[in-house]
Each structure stands twice: as structure tokens, then as C-alpha cells.
Write a protein that binds this ligand. Structure first.
Ligand code: FES
Length: 128
């Protein structure tokens, strides 16, 4: 049933946009892994909040709709490379049956200077 899925756009480490689908109720770590994104070591602790390798950057609309992170997620996020105001850990994002998602994996080689401008970056790509 296509109603069980939402559309997800993911930017991989090369800055390439990947259009995908995510099953409602699944977590975003699995969605990224299912898409075989080339992000070294992504999801190292398999969703147990013992790493920050599943760090993703969301567009602000998606970010606002997420429940608050638990304390353990915040502690891990503090250790994440390239933290932004709309960063979360993918394993803690449960896909909801509302808007489509737009997110970017961490460890993206050429993006660090664009991270400050992440919203602009998303906007540039949102037409694809
Ligand atoms: Fe380790 Fe998400 S996979 S915290």
C-alpha cells in the first residue's frame, strides 16, 4: 500500500541527491542503510545511542515536526562532527505519516562550508 510510505530525499556524501521511500514507523537509520548510501561507518552502534555516526541534518520544516530528543541523544549529538541547529541522530527519527523528509548524511566531504547555509542548500535542491 503506497499510503504506508513517505517520500524521502537524502543527500549522500558526494552531494548527490537520492530520492527514496520510507515506510511509516521505520527509523531513519534503516532508511539510509536500505539506500546503501556510501557513508563510512554510518549507524555503527545499530541504533543504541552509543555513537553519533548516524548524525543527519534535516531541513528546518522536518526538524520542527520531530519530538524532542531524549537526553541520551543530546549527549551523543554533542559529540557529532559538524553539528548544526537542525541535526539529529537518524536512528532516533521515526518516520511519521506526514510530510516528506529531506535530509543530509554527515561526513560529507565537500559540504562543511555549506553547512552554515544548509537551508539554502536544501532549497537549491528541493526542485529535483
Ligand atoms: Fe549509533 Fe544512532 S546508530 S546513535
Amino acid at each position: 500500500n503506497t499510503n504506508d510510505f513517505v517520500h524521502v530525499k537524502i543527500i549522500d556524501r558526494d552531494g548527490k541527491l537520492i530520492n527514496s521511500k520510507a515506510k511509516i514507523g521505520s527509523n531513519m537509520l534503516d532508511v539510509v542503510l536500505d539506500n546503501k548510501l556510501d557513508i563510512d561507518g554510518f549507524g555503527a552502534c545499530e541504533g543504541t545511542l552509543a555513537c553519533s555516526t548516524c548524525h543527519v541534518i534535516l531541513d528546518s520544516e522536518n526538524y520542527k515536526t520531530l519530538p524532542e530528543p531524549v537526553e541520551e541523544e543530546n549527549d551523543m549529538l554533542d559529540l557529532a562532527y559538524g553539528l548544526t541547529p537542525t541535526s539529529r541522530l537518524a536512528c532516533q527519527i521515526i518516520v511519521e505519516p506526514h510530510d516528506d523528509y529531506f535530509l543530509m548524511g554527515n561526513q560529507i566531504a565537500h559540504i562543511p562550508n555549506q553547512i552554515l547555509n544548509v537551508e539554502t542548500y536544501f532549497n537549491d535542491l528541493s526542485g529535483y
